[in-house]
Design a protein around this ligand. Structure first.
Ligand code: SF4
Ligand code: FES
Length: 368
C-alpha cells in the first residue's frame, strides 16, 4: 500500500441478497445476486483475514438479510478472533431466542435493527411480510436483555414521516441507545419508487422539528442520527466519506465496491475477491481509483473550497440524475445539472403513487 492510500476503516460484508422482506426503497441492485453465486464460508473467512491484515477496524454483516446465512455465527466468531468490531445489520425477523444466543456466544458486538414504520399495519404492508413487526419487537427485546448495544433504524418516507415522534418514543421504550431517523435514499429500488417515497418540503420540516425536540427531551438517554433526503439540501453529502477512502463493500458473489450502488457505473471492471487480493484491489484497481481524491473532479468542484469536505457528493447519484458519474452531484446548487433535482421535487404528485415491489418469491422461499 502506498503512503497516499490509507486503508479502509470499515468493511460492509453483504453476505446474501436473500431477504424475507421486500421493501420498496431497497438500495440493493435491481438485479439481485442468486444464492448459487454467493461466496462460501471459507471465502468469507479469507476476506475477513485480508481485511484485518489491511487494517480494517469494523465489519458490518449485512444483506439482504445476513441471518439467512447459517454460517453467520462462524463468520462473527472469526472476525472477533481477528480483533474486528462486529455489527449485525438486520431486519430482525430471523433473530429469535434460538438464533440470537449463538451470535452472542460468537462474540457479536452490536446489532442494528431496521423498522419500516412504528405503525404495524403500514410496516407490514411496506415490508411485505405479515407478522414481521412482532418479530422485530421481540428481536429488540432479546438484544437489550443481553446488554448488547442496539441501534434502531427507522426508515422515513412520505407515508410515515408524520410518525417520527412515536418512533422516537418507541426507541426509548425499547431501550435502544441510538436511533437513526433516516429518510430513504434514491438508489436501486428506491429510485424506482422515488415519487412515492420522497417527502414534501413541509413533511421534511416537520420531521426535522420532531428530531430537534426529541434530542432535547432525550438528551443523555438516546443518541439520534438524522439523515435527510439531500434533494432538499443545497450541498451534497460526502457519500461514503469519499470514494475509496474509508469503506469497502463486498457483494454476495465477492465483487469489491467502493459503495453499495457502484455496480450501476458503466464501462468499468468490477474486481472480485475470487480473482485478487483485497489490498491490491483497494489500492490499485481502476474502479477504486476512478473517483478517489480530487484529481478526477470537473468544475465547479475542482476549484471549490468544499472539495475535500464533500468529495463532490455521490457518484452514483450523479449517474442516476445526470447520466454521468463523473460530474458534480446534481444535489449541489452549484452543479450544472442542479435543475434535475429541482424538477424531481417540483414534479412530486399531490398523492403518492402506489409502491412498485420487486417480487422475488424464490428468494423468500430460500430464507425459511
Ligand atoms: Fe461540493 Fe463540488 Fe458543490 Fe463544491 S461544487 S460544494 S465540491 S459538490
Ligand atoms: Fe455510490 Fe454514493 S452511493 S458514491
Amino acid at each position: 500500500m502506498t503512503d497516499t492510500v490509507l486503508p479502509p476503516m470499515s468493511l460492509l460484508a453483504e453476505l446474501t441478497h436473500r431477504c424475507p422482506l421486500q421493501c420498496p426503497y431497497c438500495s440493493n441492485p435491481l438485479a439481485l445476486e442468486p444464492r448459487a453465486t454467493e461466496l462460501a464460508t471459507d471465502e468469507w473467512i479469507s476476506v475477513l483475514d485480508q481485511a484485518a491484515e489491511m487494517g480494517v477496524l469494523q465489519v458490518h454483516f449485512s444483506g439482504g438479510e445476513p441471518m439467512s446465512r447459517p454460517d453467520l455465527p462462524a463468520l462473527v466468531r472469526h472476525a472477533v478472533g481477528l480483533g474486528l468490531y462486529t455489527n449485525l445489520i438486520t431486519s430482525g425477523v430471523l433473530l429469535n431466542a434460538t438464533t440470537f444466543p449463538v451470535l452472542v456466544e460468537a462474540g457479536l458486538d452490536h446489532v442494528q435493527l431496521s423498522f419500516q414504520d412504528i405503525d404495524t399495519a403500514n410496516a407490514e404492508h411496506v415490508g411485505g411480510m405479515k407478522g414481521a413487526q412482532a418479530r422485530k419487537l421481540e428481536a429488540a427485546r432479546l438484544v437489550v436483555c443481553e446488554g448488547m448495544p442496539l441501534t434502531l433504524n427507522f426508515v422515513i418516507y412520505r407515508e410515515n414521516a408524520e410518525r417520527v415522534p412515536q418512533m422516537l418514543e418507541a426507541a426509548v421504550a425499547m431501550g435502544a441507545r441510538r436511533v437513526e431517523i433516516a429518510h430513504t435514499q434514491y438508489y436501486g429500488w428506491g429510485l424506482v419508487n422515488r415519487a412515492a417515497l420522497m417527502p414534501t418540503a413541509e413533511q421534511l420540516e416537520m420531521t426535522t422539528r420532531a428530531v430537534d425536540a426529541a434530542r432535547e427531551k432525550y438528551a443523555g438517554t438516546l443518541t439520534i442520527d438524522y439523515v435527510t433526503p439531500d434533494y432538499y439540501a443545497d450541498r451534497p453529502k460526502p457519500c461514503m466519506g469519499g470514494w475509496g477512502r474509508r469503506f469497502i463493500n463486498i457483494t454476495p458473489s465477492g465483487r469489491v465496491l467502493p459503495c453499495h450502488a457502484a455496480e450501476t457505473i458503466p464501462n468499468v471492471a468490477f474486481p472480485n475477491v475470487r480473482e485478487g487480493m483485497l489490498a491490491d484491489i483497494w489500492r490499485d484497481s481502476p474502479l477504486f481509483n476512478m473517483f478517489r481524491g480530487t484529481d478526477w473532479m470537473p468544475e465547479p468542484c475542482r476549484s471549490c473550497d468544499e472539495r475535500e469536505k464533500d468529495w463532490g457528493g455521490c457518484r452514483c447519484q450523479a449517474l442516476a440524475l445526470a447520466g454521468n458519474a463523473a460530474v458534480t452531484d446534481p444535489v449541489c446548487a452549484l452543479a450544472p445539472d442542479h435543475d434535475k433535482v429541482v424538477e424531481a421535487i417540483s414534479s412530486l404528485p399531490a398523492e403518492p403513487p402506489p409502491f412498485r415491489y420487486r417480487r422475488y418469491a424464490r428468494a423468500m422461499d430460500e430464507v425459511g
